[in-house]
Design a protein around this ligand. Structure first.
Ligand code: NI
Ligand code: MN
Length: 229
């Protein structure tokens, strides 16, 4: 399968049969290299309600008749906004879809959506997402601080790819993301949620070097770069 980085926390996972799109913040993202409308996802997965993660999800879901998978209150909000197909999940819960299994994982963060009128809508608990797809395990950490829960994210210790925030300020910085990688023991890490805004400026190179020294692979993806898993 192919994993494409669309900047910030947005990734496409392209399998033989499906296009899964995570946290599609394209419009208004200064690092975005594409138009949101060029993406044709079958499934959109949201880690939490912050606007830099929900992004274009509502309009894309309506255009593509895509399924939105999200924490319960956020899935409910998407439905209230006119999205026809939603699937609510809670942290710790998993569900087997036709494309593979999804499980929501804990994060240390918050979750609310600010709508066009400036109203703040509570959108439940923020989460990370575990993907079990074609014998591969991918972990998208969402927005989170470092936590001991990461030891239990996947107890088989066979995460093939961990997508970890490194931007600091709103999430883990590089120091804590290294500790997170030690707990998660993934084969490979791709850093995310950095350099989108000045306040989350980070140099990913030293982070990659430290991971490599620990025997963990690290691939720094530029926007629209892809890796094959
Ligand atoms: Ni957030
Ligand atoms: Mn964020």
């Amino acid at each position: 399968m192919k994993i494409i980085y669309h900047a910030h926390s947005c990734f496409s996972i392209i399998t033989d049969t499906h296009h899964l799109l995570i946290d599609p913040f394209i419009t208004g993202n200064p690092l975005a290299k594409i138009e949101a409308a060029s993406l044709k996802p079958d499934v959109i997965l949201l880690t939490h309600g912050h606007n830099d993660h929900v992004g274009d999800a509502l309009s894309l879901a309506k255009q593509q008749n895509a399924l939105i998978i999200a924490p319960v209150e956020l899935a409910d909000y998407c439905q209230r906004c006119g999205v026809k197909r939603t699937h609510p999940l809670q942290i710790g819960g998993s569900y087997s879809f036709d494309f593979g299994k999804i499980k929501l994982t804990p994060t240390l963060h918050s979750s609310a959506f600010t709508d066009d009128r400036g109203q703040t809508i509570y959108t439940g608990n923020p989460c990370g997402i575990l993907f079990y797809l074609a014998n591969k395990i991918i972990y998208h950490a969402g927005d989170t601080g470092l936590s001991q829960e990461m030891m239990l994210i996947d107890d088989s210790n066979h995460i093939d790819l961990a997508l970890l925030p490194i931007g600091d300020n709103y999430t883990m910085g590089t120091h804590d993301a290294i500790l997170a990688a030690k707990l998660l023991k993934p084969k490979q890490v791709v850093p995310m949620h950095y350099n989108t805004f000045e306040i989350i400026t980070q140099d990913p190179q030293p982070f990659a070097q430290q991971l490599t020294a620990l025997g963990i692979g690290c691939t720094i993806l530029a926007p629209e770069e892809a890796l094959t898993l």
